[in-house]
Design a protein around this ligand. Structure first.
Ligand code: ADP
Ligand code: MG
Length: 254
């Protein structure tokens, strides 16, 4: 019998994606362990969001393998199917129901796609309440549970949206530039929130803000021209000459 192959929560192997002749993703190999908090950095246009589109089924790769857990081929599945497997994605701009309370927003995401009216008026079980209370604590919004989501600050809306994903108990959470538009204090709190999720979920965070990356960094992957340029600790990648050239060096000139 063959020894069991190392099992990754997510594996992309030999992935390519071309848009009108432009190679957005080139021979991309990416492996992630269960429970990992992984940060992906890279200059604009490096293919970071396209990589998330491929994982979540919004974009189909031209070639390559995309697998979730043991032998679950994501390339043959659509967006809702992939979501149901336990892959949640947080886009850059928060999309919460502004006319509903924070609690109701969490309730809606927990109950799934049954329509706002049905979800809010169907009986809420004590298990559902407990789960929402736990999420409220995790995202630091317990005191705001009965406030309308539309009244939250930008940062609080972002945390609520992370909470809405957490209510669905995802195995893998993809978070695209969570600190964009946040104050320094909100950014720091976001880092603490993501760190508190480590080990409970597998998480990929795409981020530009290097102070924030330093705060949350475990293993960092640098993407460049749709390919992994290097991987390592934040110090490893910041000291890598190729990275300085393509990313950090370029940023300093701006
Ligand atoms: P990043 O998120 O790292 O800034 P993206 O993944 O958004 O980069 O984009 C990578 C490259 O692919 C960019 O040059 C972008 O213009 C191109 N691209 C992404 N999505 C599409 C699309 N749907 N159609 C055409 N080009 C696209
Ligand atoms: Mg992007």
């Amino acid at each position: 019998m063959n020894p069991p192959a190392k099992q990754f929560v997510l594996m992309l192997e030999g992935v390519n994606k071309t848009f009108d002749g432009f190679k957005a993703i080139t021979d991309l190999n990416f492996y992630m362990d269960e429970g990992e908090l992984r940060t992906i950095i890279g200059p604009n246009g490096a293919g970071k969001s396209t990589m998330m589109d491929i994982i979540t089924g919004r974009t189909k790769p031209d070639t390559g393998k995309v697998e979730f857990g043991i032998n679950t081929d994501l390339t043959s599945m659509n967006v809702p199917e992939i979501n149901r497997l336990g892959i949640g994605r947080k886009f850059q701009t928060p999309s919460v129901y502004i006319h509903h309370t924070v609690f109701e927003n969490l309730l809606l995401s927990l109950k799934g796609p049954r329509g706002v009216f049905n979800s809010l008026f169907a009986r809420t079980t004590s298990e559902q309440r407990d789960r929402i209370e736990a999420v409220l604590k995790t995202i630091g919004l317990a005191a705001k549970a009965d406030d309308l989501a539309g009244l939250l600050s930008h940062g609080q809306k972002q945390w609520l949206e992370i909470g809405m994903l957490l209510a669905q108990q995802p195995k893998l959470l993809l978070v695209d530039e969570p600190a964009a538009g946040m104050s320094d204090e909100e950014t720091h709190k976001t880092g603490e929130l993501l760190l508190s999720l480590e080990g409970k979920h597998s998480i990929i965070v795409i981020e530009h803000d290097m102070t924030f990356v330093r705060q949350i960094a475990r293993k960092v992957t640098v993407l460049h021209q749709g390919h992994v340029l290097c991987e390592g600790t934040v110090d490893d990648v910041q000291n890598d000459e190729r990275v300085k050239e393509v990313y950090l060096g370029r940023k300093k000139k701006n």
